[in-house]
Design a protein around this ligand. Structure first.
Ligand code: NDP
Ligand code: GDR
Length: 356
């Protein structure tokens, strides 16, 4: 009997890590994940597969570690000796990166260099295939639409600058040492497992709670920015396909559609039968409902706290290369994505899982 392929995932407890772990287990991989030590449980997104491991022999193993701890990374990679590594771990919140720029640089930038050097220290540079979670945030200030692998970068946040360092580290090590290193330049992708501080999930969770009378108003920042939103399940399939290629390369994954945050909010309310009527200038109080003077009908308000010092106004991806080379296409588009997230959050509210 042949040994199963071994994959190592950093960020396995996050949105993408959890879907990717499921996908690789389905494909018969032995999956190893790096988990940060936390004073409270942080494995909620993978508990279902970890429990299965005890009951049905699913091959999932977790290791404590951190991208800021090089000795620990060398130890894990040398011991596990994976053939594929998916580096999804990151301080992934763009707004928070303005509050924690140095930590973000350490984790999202230098952390990637630590992973690459840990592979070399373990003597695996000729055998490992490495996926780096690069991002459409690299494009930042609009210079070309749609954005593809050849669009120049102009990062607009400490997060994006750190990710740009990582991107170029991969390119450099690929050219310098011939390693199989691939950047997946992924546009926004969401799901019912999306963290609740990202705008899509913040909206769907809040709208579901408003429907049940648990909340009265949704507070948002810039509702005019545009994003190319896909479904995380589609995107982890794309990550895997990238590492099945004989040669490493960089690929954009995107839906090819762009929508404003405003449209996302409208669709989410429409899902619960509320038609939004926006009033006021952008950036002022927004109002919904029939009677504009009725305070209780104001379901969305703008709060300056959620604006970023520099914003990425427009993201729209061109995933033609991924389609041609990987045979990958986004299967879930905007309307279906909102519906999937709304359906899940309404269910969560019903069973008491979204109490705050
Ligand atoms: P999440 O924020 O849901 O998950 C991030 C993961 O990284 C979590 O498992 C988190 O652990 C872990 N992590 C955070 N800091 C460290 C650290 N210092 N050491 C080790 N692990 C750490 O992000 P997503 O799943 O949405 O995204 C996955 C990756 O893809 C990220 O790198 C993100 O920047 C990138 N990306 C995401 C896109 C998206 O739209 N989702 C688009 C493009 C790129 P814990 O659970 O303990 O917090
Ligand atoms: P983004 O996602 O910054 O694109 O990064 P996020 O959902 O945080 O913001 C999207 C847009 O919505 C606007 N916005 C708000 N955002 C948040 N979080 N909260 C609000 O209240 C709010 N109101 C308006 C933002 O200004 C922005 O324009 C995500 C992350 O997953 C990154 O890790 C990843 O690299 C990129 O997507 C691609």
């Amino acid at each position: 009997m042949t040994e199963p392929k071994k994959a190592l995932i950093t960020g396995i407890t996050g949105q993408d890590g959890s879907y990717l772990a499921e996908l690789l287990l389905e494909k018969g991989y032995e999956v190893h994940g790096i988990v940060r030590r936390s004073s409270s449980f942080n494995t909620g997104r993978i508990d279902h597969i970890y429990k299965d491991r005890h009951e049905t022999g699913v091959k999932l193993y977790l290791h404590y570690g951190d991208l800021c701890d090089p000795t620990n990374l060398i130890q894990i990679i040398s011991t596990v000796r994976p053939c594929e590594i998916y580096n999804l771990g990151a301080m992934s919140h763009v707004k928070v990166s303005f509050d924690m720029p140095e930590y973000t640089a350490d984790c999202d930038g230098v952390g990637v260099l630590r992973m690459l050097d840990a592979i070399r220290s373990a003597g695996l540079e000729d055998s490992v295939k490495f996926y780096q979670a690069s991002t459409s945030e690299l494009y930042g200030k609009v210079r070309e639409v749609p954005q593809s692998e050849t669009t120049p970068f102009y990062p607009r946040s400490p997060y994006a600058v750190a990710k740009q360092y990582a991107y170029w580290m991969l390119v450099n090590y690929r050219e310098a040492y011939g390693m199989h290193l691939t950047n997946g330049i992924l546009f926004n992708h969401e799901s019912p497992r999306r963290g609740r501080t990202f705008v899509t999930r913040k909206v769907t969770a809040c709208v579901a709670r408003i429907q049940k009378g648990l909340e009265t108003c949704l507070y948002l920042g810039n509702i005019d920015s545009k994003r190319d939103w896909g479904h995380a399940k589609d995107y982890v399939e794309g990550m895997w396909r990238m590492l099945q290629q004989e040669k490493p390369d960089d690929y954009v994954l995107a839906t090819g559609e762009t929508h404003t945050v405003r449209e996302f909010v409208e669709k989410a309310f429409k899902y619960i039968g509320v038609v939004i009527k926006w009033v006021g200038e952008t950036g002022s109080v927004e109002e919904v409902g029939v009677d504009a003077s009725d305070e209780s009908r104001i379901l969305v308000r703008i709060d300056a706290k959620y604006f970023r010092p520099t914003e990425v106004e427009l993201l729209l991806g061109d995933a033609t290369k991924a389609k041609n080379v990987l045979g990958w296409e986004a299967t879930t588009k905007f309307e279906a994505l909102v519906a999937d997230m709304m359906e899940a959050d309404i269910k969560k509210v019903e069973v008491g899982d979204l109490t705050s």
